[in-house]
Design a protein around this ligand. Structure first.
Ligand code: SF4
Length: 445
């Protein structure tokens, strides 16, 4: 039976030292109860607590880290559907590099993946991994490929090498890098020992659920829990079905052998097939997706999808409330006011830029809500806007005494003028797309 936060708290040291990352033992107990933390994060947990909490403190899907430093953390999920709470660790996206493809192409692949990133609604989106597939007998080619990736990248590495000696030598090039080892064959004792020796993870491949469960139990019995599961199934439908069964078993049935992040390797098909497969698997629980080639269109689509799925639905994405300089404004430039919902900010700032006008954009704190939602919720109302404008001392930053409010809240213009003596409130357009024509038709400063 699951333990409550209070039950767990009784087993903790109660010193509130904060070393577990939260300020009090009670807060830590609540996180364990919600499966958002593991007992191992408390260095002072007694043996009695470890024995009593045991499985209760393990998250239903274990967190696994690949890569040194910041690295990539995957797993740790607690719900089947994002709207039930949120998903915690975004899918890691990686690029496959074959050791037979030659140094020139390898360098080009690394350069392209390292340099490709997308800035979207205030977040920088990037790929996370390289997957090195050793598809020749040439051991030197594997070692050279690993060295090339290490020279130019800090991304995590997954190594797929069926030759044991070459694999061992390759792993020696990655001290402290927490790589993952991809197994094409069934798990053996020596794999467990090899992974434990260098703190690596194992990607376990199986063609059936029974086979997969037996392999993960073998690893767990051998003391290795950094596992990633690969159960591809027949075609895309089989892969989705398997992922759904594995994740559902872990979350709804607490079936420990399947309580690990899931892996997907996309076949090298035409662009549409690759996109369809990777997008579907990203939606259905793949914690790691390996793409067969560098393709900006494919990456951009997956970045966007991943960002949408892994954004916490309980917390609107938001930007800092402050005055933003759009273009190169002077104290005489016009002043616009909006909310700090990220999409609103980026659309409004983009359209001001498109208008060719430099301006000051006052972004009020509405807890990430858009204009009408914030107004309806009492967060974008004259009193709060006026207080914010006074708090940031806007009148000392600009010479103009005109501010433009969104057209959707025209009704607050009179009251806002009353709360901001000396300022003229201009009602702007309703749609941001109309800002370029609006600034041409109205004298704003
Ligand atoms: Fe309490 Fe342990 Fe966290 Fe310290 S590290 S606050 S003792 S739970």
């Amino acid at each position: 039976m699951a333990l409550s936060g209070l039950d767990i708290f009784k087993l903790l040291p109660k010193t509130n030292c904060g070393e577990c990352g939260v300020p009090t033992c009670m807060a830590f107990a609540m996180k364990i109860a919600q499966k958002k933390a593991e007992l191992s994060s408390c260095p002072y947990a007694s043996e009695e607590a470890k024995a009593a909490l045991g499985a209760a403190s393990e998250p239903p899907v274990r967190r696994v880290k690949i890569g040194g430093g910041g690295g990539l953390e995957v797993g740790g999920e607690t719900v089947l559907f994002r709207h039930e709470k949120t998903f915690f660790h975004p899918t890691g996206i990686g690029l496959e590099i074959r050791t037979s493809q030659g140094e020139e192409k390898t360098r080009e692949d690394i350069r392209q993946l390292e340099s490709y990133q997308v800035d979207r609604v205030g977040e920088v989106l990037k790929a996370n991994l390289f997957f090195i597939s050793h598809d020749s007998e040439d051991k030197a080619a594997l070692l050279r490929t690993i060295s090339l990736v290490k020279e130019s990248s800090t991304k995590g590495l997954i190594i797929d090498c069926p030759q044991e000696e070459a694999l061992r030598e390759g792993l020696e090039l990655l001290p402290g890098d927490r790589p993952a080892i991809y197994l094409r064959r069934p798990l053996a004792e020596k794999d467990i020992e090899m992974a434990k020796a260098i703190n690596a993870s194992l990607v376990i491949t199986a063609s059936s659920h029974q086979d997969l469960a037996e392999q993960t139990e073998k690893a767990r019995t051998g003391g290795l829990t950094n596992l990633i599961l690969n159960c591809p199934g027949e075609g895309l439908a089989g892969g989705i079905q398997n992922n759904a069964i594995l994740r559902r078993s872990a979350l709804k049935k607490s079936f420990k052998p399947f309580g690990f992040p899931l892996f997907a390797r996309i076949a090298d098909e035409d662009g549409f097939q690759s996109l369809a497969a990777s997008a579907a698997l990203l939606c259905k629980y793949a914690s790691i997706i390996i793409l067969p080639r560098f393709d900006k269109a494919l990456l951009y689509t997956l970045f966007t999808l991943r960002q949408n799925i892994y954004t916490d639905p309980q917390k609107p994405i938001q930007v800092d409330p402050k005055v933003y300089a759009i273009g190169d404004p002077t104290p005489d430039s016009p002043v616009f006011v909006t909310t700090n919902f990220s999409l609103t900010y980026f659309i409004v700032s983009g359209e001001i830029e498109n208008s060719g006008t430099s301006a000051h954009l006052v972004v009020c704190d509405t807890e990430g809500q858009s204009v009408l939602t914030a107004w309806a919720g009492g967060k974008f109302v004259p009193e709060k806007i006026a207080k914010f404008i006074k708090d940031i001392k806007l009148e000392e930053k600009v010479n103009t005494r005109k501010i433009v409010i969104p057209g959707f809240v025209a009704q607050i213009s009179g009251e806002l003028e009353e709360k901001l003596p000396g300022w003229e409130v201009i009602v702007g357009c309703q749609e941001a797309a109309d800002i370029p024509s609006f600034v041409k038709s109205v004298k704003l400063a």
